[in-house]
Design a protein around this ligand. Structure first.
Ligand SMILES: [Zn+2]
Length: 306
């Protein structure tokens, strides 16, 4: 919506997207599996915006021992960029910039340097005709739709952010979503054992990567939490939401805060002190986070390249 989203404002910030994707792949380097996804949402907006987020979370936890089971996997595929032709004129500029700057190409190169794959995985950014981002197991592709980026921008703008703030948060949220989809891809292609809700697992691996593998990545988890919160307030929860495979946006909001707080209870203590996260849940977050982190580290170990 809004013409504001078109060219003029979008352009200067495109660089953020480039950095977002490249940094992800450069630092982390390896994953993937699943279907369609849109970020749902939860209550209590403006969760921890004053978090001064940046700073890389120190990886000082009891690292999941090097007890990687199973041997190393064979590398039989690559991350491959696929560019299409944008249909909606409003997205032409961002589409062209992504192509010109070779954002996806750089990202694919970094991923290929760090991760093994059992088959090729295609990376796409395009207009989809709907607000979405998805991993498609049928053609093993990860797609981020321009409509989703616009949705985030509009959402943050409507919450009172300036154009620049809305764009910055949009890119942060997109990074969280991309990693969520990468999580689906990994679960699928690596045939990883997930014993509970896969959507929740994808959220958690995204949070884990942001908090452990990406410098300043906490801003992405915060942006996603904000989006969950804002989206939950924009509509009432119905039967369809309750039955959906995604957790309710409110739950995703609190889970995101729990991951952040659990990653460093001293650094992020204001999340609890200021009442964003109830103490009853907060006391469990460190253990919850460490289990999540250790589980993913172990699961991905056979697929990481040296
Ligand atoms: Zn999902």
């Amino acid at each position: 919506m809004s013409d504001k989203f078109a060219a003029p404002i979008f352009r200067p910030n495109t660089i953020n997207l480039f950095l977002v994707l490249v940094i992800i792949f450069f630092v982390f380097g390896c994953f993937c599996r699943s279907d369609r996804d849109v970020l749902p949402a939860s209550n209590s907006s403006e969760p921890v915006s004053n978090q001064s987020g940046n700073t890389k979370t120190e990886t000082t936890k009891n690292n999941s021992a090097d007890k990687s089971g199973g041997g190393q996997k064979d590398d039989k595929g690559d991350f491959i960029v696929e560019h299409g032709t944008v249909q909606n004129a409003r997205y032409k500029e961002i589409d062209q910039q992504i192509k010109d700057e070779k954002v996806l190409e750089d990202a694919a190169a970094q991923l290929n340097k760090n991760l093994k794959l059992p088959t090729d995985v295609y990376l796409r950014t395009k207009d989809c005709g709907e607000v979405n981002a998805l991993y498609d197991p049928n053609d093993t592709s990860i797609t981020v739709c321009y409509e989703l980026m616009e949705h985030f921008y509009t959402l943050f703008k409507a919450s009172g952010k300036t154009d620049q703030q809305a764009y910055d948060k949009m890119f942060d949220a997109v990074r969280f979503v991309f990693l969520h989809e990468l999580g689906h891809a990994m679960i699928d292609l690596y045939n990883l054992p997930i014993t509970a809700n896969e959507e929740d697992a994808a959220d958690r691996v995204s949070a884990y990567i942001c908090l452990e593998e990406i410098e300043g990545g906490v801003t992405s988890v915060l942006a996603a939490a904000d989006a969950f919160s804002l989206e939950s307030k924009s509509r009432s929860t119905g039967k369809r939401d309750m039955a959906d495979e995604h957790l309710l946006q409110e739950q995703r909001f609190y889970n995101s805060l729990c991951m952040i707080y659990g990653s460093n209870t001293v650094k992020y203590e204001n999340i609890v002190r200021q009442g964003y996260l109830p103490k009853e849940r907060a006391v469990r977050c460190q253990t919850e986070y460490e289990r999540t982190m250790q589980s993913w580290q172990e699961l991905l170990k056979p697929w990481r390249k040296k």
